[in-house]
Design a protein around this ligand. Structure first.
Ligand code: ZN
Length: 291
């Protein structure tokens, strides 16, 4: 029976004739393996319908999640990195920047914007992990600092969405200075009585955790996010002890008092709206800020 036995040998289907599912139609959850179509995945705001795994998303998606009708004004769109140290690793730094900009369509690892969230003004700074691991260099620091100033001058609550491997090594000391700069700007925002909410998403590590990400009036996180300063291997080797289970997960960090609450992305917009409503009297009653 020819149906069951291949009689001719050497039949090969060329790759271009193989019928494969086109990319981008299906999403497979890396946690539980459930397959969902992309439309459904998008409708669930890029979380898994079965195990609630929160997929990593970029600033474009967060802006869409938060801003009414996806309408917002982006701030400081044209800042781009210089090469103060003439840094070269496998590539010269300016080339790496140019290549990443082409690949991602982004200028650097953070975008800042002003828009309405359920009718309330909000300034958001959101990091993009795709841009050199969401690393914090002088452009990231400067854009965040300017967004904080903007929020303070207009008395609009500020939301920072962090997603970063930490400081950008190609700018070394200049990157580290961004920690002090953003922290100082946040202190001014706090003095002015304008609320600051910090949302930590997967992953938030290094100099970002050690500065603005942990300085919110509320520090909140998405479920399952990795939050830490140094990586687990470095810590294990330093203290010479095994680390507890779930170490550096958002849930562990919450239990140890470093987070105020964990929020499901599907409830993020509403919960932020409610939180800012509660904080509103503080914004209205605080004294005017000298410009
Ligand atoms: Zn899943």
């Amino acid at each position: 029976m020819a149906w069951f036995k291949r009689q001719e040998k050497g039949i090969i289907t060329p790759t271009e004739q193989k019928k494969e599912t086109p990319d981008g139609l299906w999403y497979k959850c890396p946690e539980c393996g459930t397959v969902a179509d992309m439309g459904e995945h998008r409708r669930l705001l890029y979380t898994c319908g079965k195990c609630n795994y929160h997929d990593r998303i970029d600033s474009a998606e967060y802006f869409e999640v938060l801003f009414d009708d996806n309408r917002f004004t982006e701030l400081d769109t044209n800042l781009s990195s210089a090469d103060p140290l003439h840094f070269v690793d496998t590539k010269a730094y300016p080339q790496r920047i140019a290549a990443t900009q082409r690949q991602t369509g982004l200028k650097d690892a953070v975008r800042t914007a002003h828009g309405l969230m359920n009718g309330q003004d909000l300034v958001v700074a959101c990091m993009d992990f795709r841009f050199i691991g969401g690393s914090m260099g002088s452009v990231v620091g400067e854009k965040i600092a300017r967004a904080i100033d903007y929020a303070r001058q207009h008395r609009i609550p500020f939301l920072m969405i962090s997603k970063s491997g930490g400081a950008r090594m190609m700018e070394a000391g200049y990157s580290l200075m961004q920690m002090a700069k953003t922290s100082a700007k946040l202190a001014l925002l706090s003095e002015a009585g304008v609320p600051y909410i910090s949302l930590l998403t997967d992953p938030t590590t290094g100099g970002v955790t050690a500065s603005y990400a942990m300085l919110g009036d509320f520090n909140i996180s998405e479920p399952g996010a990795l939050i830490g300063f140094a990586g687990p291997r470095v810590i294990k080797e330093t203290i010479g002890k095994d680390l507890p289970k779930g170490f550096q997960s958002a849930e562990f960090v919450l239990e140890h008092g470093f987070l105020d609450f964990i929020v499901d992305r599907k409830q993020l917009k509403q919960q932020l709206t409610d939180l800012l409503h509660m904080l509103r009297p503080a914004v209205v009653e605080a004294p005017a800020v000298p410009r």
